[in-house]
Unconditional design. Structure first.
Length: 98
């Protein structure tokens, strides 16, 4: 393998790691914003109708669970990009290595 090809593959891995970091931080930021909106609407609902507190609590926890699932899905996709990087395979096929 030539030094130039090794440099290109290292560049692919570096770019992938940077993009994965951006993906994970965006998912975490979105989850935090979602939790903030869920909690604010929950408190707003309790203030308007205190008798619905138990029903609103269940709905808030269910919606919060869905909100927590999104970063975990993004984490799984990110791990796929890190450990089974499809771009490196495509690059190797393009230059005739695999």
């Amino acid at each position: 393998m030539e030094a130039a090809n090794i440099a290109h593959i290292a560049s692919l891995y570096t770019s992938t790691i940077i993009v994965v970091g951006i993906m994970l931080s965006a998912a975490a930021f979105g989850s935090v914003l979602g939790w903030g909106m869920i909690a604010s609407k929950y408190l707003e609902g309790i203030t308007r109708q205190p008798e619905l507190r138990s029903q609103l609590t269940g709905q808030m926890l269910f919606t919060g669970g869905l909100m927590e699932a999104f970063p975990m899905i993004v984490l799984g996709i990110s791990m796929w990009f890190i450990f089974a990087n499809p771009f490196v395979g495509s690059f190797n096929a393009a230059i005739g290595l695999g």
